[in-house]
Design a protein around this ligand. Structure first.
Ligand code: AMP
Ligand code: GLY
Length: 415
């Protein structure tokens, strides 16, 4: 099978790593890729937001499957011309990807499907925003309606800051604050059948102890030893299946990866957000534990044959990933610095590096090219061992000014 992956972050590197280990995959391509992906796949300098160019590349390569990784091309509708050309594609249509692309749309789908989520108001003026903030009280949750790379949400006790964020967006969703731990649960779906993966937890704040600003995610681990045993089935029954059924009912079936960001509150499980693609960095730990070869699962989703698939097989091992970010991330990341120690980080064979914001310079050196530069992932017999191995890998990386959290999976491993 010839597979083309669209994107160039750590998520796509993790996807390429799993696909490269799948004996069914004869050729692996990625556009645009990054310096790490280039070691596993043929990379192509194609604009990932250009559906015509992506479809042209898939045709030229005679790809049997195209996997669209990031939200930007999905929301821009890159999957649509591929589907129209009869090419199997893993990733939702533009219509279905609105589940991530518009928070107001997601709220509407959840209301129609009876999915539990925070009560909310959609506001377009400062007056409406002020009224909504006062209706719920502090802490305030203000979300930009559109895509914002994990930076569109402000959670604050400061009413002035909440109003200022609302004023900076055209349309905001203001909602009640959800307490309780967060869980990311991914499901692969063909629009009818829904196959949940294993839950993971992401660390969204920049600094240790969940301090600092929201980011795209600074690390993740799986499994969650503290999660209630029936969680996956509950979320399948109350969130994932009803959402997929509602989108099919509307004539815009969701096919691809449905990501439920959940809060386990004192009043029950609630959806914080939906994403229309694999989460980053949770994918690094979820795929590290998946034993079923990946390509066949993604192809079955693309072809609408998930119901025929054998149950997924999972490793009993734990996995931890730690993101190494550039100095100044998330506000103003510094780029262009040489990254050293990539081989040392993988030297003992228990950890591996997945590139996010990297590129090769003229001299063939790997240099930083984005806020989240790379992540180091490891597995182990339990979270404590996986953590130890991941942090040993991080210690090998040398990047001027770089930052990482030191407490990824710390509490869960100490249980
Ligand atoms: P989102 O982009 O919607 O995932 O929001 C980013 C982060 O903001 C989430 O992971 C939560 O930590 C936080 N957040 C979002 N919505 C809420 C809410 N209703 N209550 C509490 N925290 C929230
Ligand atoms: N890890 C959060 C996200 O992928 O949106």
């Amino acid at each position: 099978m010839k597979v083309l992956v669209i994107g160039g972050g750590a998520r796509e590197h993790a996807l390429c790593r799993s696909l490269s280990q799948d004996p069914a995959v004869s050729e692996l391509h990625c556009a645009p890729g990054n310096a790490g992906i280039a070691q596993l796949a043929a990379v192509h300098p194609v604009d990932q937001l250009d559906g015509t160019a992506v479809t042209g590349l898939a045709r030229e390569l005679a790809a049997d499957l195209v996997v669209v990784g990031p939200e930007a091309p999905l929301v821009a509708g890159v999957a649509d011309p591929l589907r129209a050309a009869g090419i199997p594609v893993f990733g939702p249509s533009a219509e279905a990807a609105r589940l991530e692309g518009s928070k107001a749309f997601a709220k509407d789908v959840m209301a129609a499907a009876g999915v539990p989520t925070a009560r909310s108001y959609v506001c377009t003026t400062p007056e409406e925003a002020a009224e909504a903030l006062d209706a719920f009280g502090a802490p305030h949750v203000v979300k930009d309606d559109g895509l914002a790379a994990g930076k569109g949400v402000v959670v604050t006790a400061d009413r002035t800051a909440a109003l200022a964020h609302a004023a900076g967006c055209d349309r905001v969703v203001i909602e009640e604050y959800l307490d309780g731990p967060e869980v990311s649960l991914f499901a692969i779906t063909d629009g009818t059948t829904v196959l949940p993966l294993q839950p993971a937890q992401d660390f969204k704040r920049a600094l240790d102890g969940d301090a600092g600003p929201n980011t795209g995610g600074m690390g993740a681990y799986s499994p969650l030893p503290w999660a209630p045993p029936g969680l996956v089935q509950e979320v399948l029954d109350t969130v994932l299946q009803p959402t997929v059924d509602e989108l099919r009912r509307r004539g815009t079936p969701f096919s691809g990866l449905l990501y439920a960001g959940l809060a386990l509150t004192s009043r029950g499980t609630r959806v914080i957000e939906f994403n229309a693609r694999f989460g980053d960095p949770e994918t690094q730990v979820v795929l590290a534990r998946l034993r079923t070869p990946l390509a066949g699962v993604l192809l079955a989703a693309a072809n609408g044959t998930l119901a025929d698939l054998e149950p997924l097989r999972w490793s009993d091992e734990a996995a931890v990933t730690v993101v190494v970010a550039a100095e100044g991330y998330p506000a103003a990341p510094r780029t262009g610095d040489v990254i050293e120690g990539l081989a040392e980080a993988e030297a003992d064979g228990t950890a591996w590096v997945l590139h996010a914001g990297t590129r090769a310079d003229e001299q063939g050196r790997v240099v930083s090219a984005g806020g989240r530069v790379l992540s180091v992932t490891a597995t182990g017999k339990d979270l404590a061992q996986a953590r130890e191995r991941a942090y040993e890998g991080v210690a090998g990386i040398r990047l001027a000014g770089s930052q990482h959290r030191t407490d990824i999976a710390l509490k869960a491993a100490a249980r």
